[in-house]
Design a protein around this ligand. Structure first.
Ligand code: IMP
Ligand code: MG
Length: 190
């Protein structure tokens, strides 16, 4: 089966941080726990476009219970890579969340601002419960307290790409998670 590996974008990558095997082990572990917790609850998995798409696809397939999925596109305004906490909805869910048990599936929690906003918004709409699975967390950059129930892997404060995560819309289809060479950013850092 073909897929884009680090070898295919070798010139841009400094080093691999999380292998494809490790990513899937993390997801399977969390999904097994969530399958127990949500049995009989018909959870709605919510992913924020576009970064969390790969994680949602793998996570939903690793669940052993029925679920529904939905997507939201959000933009948080701020300078460059720093999100300001002012979130606007670019594309909303198509599901009425009233009375639903929601599990937000996230690629990475950075400042936590987008996620904190989303949790409050879903509760405001009348969700019965709202929990979070995050594949990655950067604890060093956390600014807002968000309670991640299903934890993946904590990583250092480095900008990573792959498995849905992008730099300038590229590298999302890399099968592992990697740190880019500084040269890729040169002259492009906001
Ligand atoms: P925050 O937690 O509101 O600051 O924003 C988190 C979002 O920023 C994530 O869902 C990603 O889309 C993006 N992000 C944060 N850190 C990285 C990274 O290292 N690589 C790629 N995208 C990132
Ligand atoms: Mg995201």
């Amino acid at each position: 089966m073909g897929c884009m590996r680090i070898a295919d974008v070798q010139d841009d990558i400094d080093h691999e941080l999380v292998s494809a095997e490790k990513i899937h082990a993390i997801i399977e572990h969390a999904a097994a726990q969530a399958s127990e917790d949500y049995r009989g609850k018909d959870p709605l998995l919510v992913a924020v476009l576009k970064g969390a798409v790969n994680t949602l696809a793998s996570f939903s397939q690793a669940l052993s219970i029925p679920c529904q999925i939905d997507f939201m596109s959000l933009s948080s305004y701020g300078s460059g890579t720093v999100s300001s906490g002012t979130v606007t909805i670019r594309q909303d869910l198509s599901t009425d969340v009233r009375g639903r048990h929601i599990l937000i599936v996230e690629d990475i929690v950075d400042s936590g601002r987008t996620l904190a906003w989303l949790v409050e918004e879903l509760k405001r709409r009348g969700a019965a419960s709202v929990e979070i699975f995050a594949l990655l967390e950067k604890p060093a950059r956390r600014e807002v307290d968000v309670d991640v129930k299903y934890k993946g892997l904590e990583i250092p404060d480095e900008f990573v790409v792959g498995f849905g995560l992008d730099y300038d819309e590229r590298y999302r289809n890399l099968d592992s998670i990697a740190v880019l060479k500084p040269a890729v950013y040169q002259g492009e850092q906001a």
